[in-house]
Design a protein around this ligand. Structure first.
Ligand code: 4NP
Length: 154
């Protein structure tokens, strides 16, 4: 099973989702059954490490994002991954434009798995530190929900 998280820049929300979800998989003993990656709809930050504020907020919860590097979403991702999960409606629109007709990947909002369908993970890039805490809280809830979903699927 392969899960890809998508946001705009791949330096704030989706790398946070990758780190948090990876830890949730470890805690559930599912690390060797599920592969995780993240990417951005845009290409401005390709090759860069996550935003310092995202790294710091994750570090306070024991999650190290420093080794991640941004990349851009590609058409191939829709055949490589089983779940392609966007953070907001703009991400979802860009994803659906790129998704080939023959792809059977599930594409949707990540927070649908938190039991809050239609809710977006707000872009924290232009805000303060508290935006990153909010993002982490939302992502932790959705990660646990996605783990439960994958366990039911098996
Ligand atoms: P992300 O946040 O999509 O959560 O990685 C952003 C990062 C950079 C920009 C926008 C959002 N930007 O405009 O450069």
């Amino acid at each position: 099973m392969k899960v890809l998280f998508v946001c705009l820049g791949n330096i704030c929300r989706s790398p946070t989702a990758e780190g948090v979800f990876r830890r949730a998989l470890e805690r559930a003993g599912m690390s060797n059954q599920v592969e995780v990656d993240s990417c951005g709809v845009g290409n401005w930050h390709v090759g860069k490490a996550p935003d310092q504020r995202a790294q710091q907020a994750a570090k306070l919860r024991g999650i190290d994002l420093s080794g991640l590097r941004a990349r851009q979403l590609s058409e191939r991702d829709f055949t490589d991954f089983d779940y392609v999960l966007g953070m907001d409606q703009d991400n979802l629109r860009a994803m659906r434009e790129l998704k080939p007709a023959n792809s059977s990947a599930h594409t949707g909002l990540f927070l649908d798995f938190a039991g809050t369908p239609g809710v977006e993970v707000p872009d924290p890039y232009y805000g303060g530190e508290e935006g990153f805490e909010n993002v982490l809280n939302m992502i932790e809830a959705a990660s646990n929900g996605l783990i439960q979903h994958l366990q039911r699927e098996r």
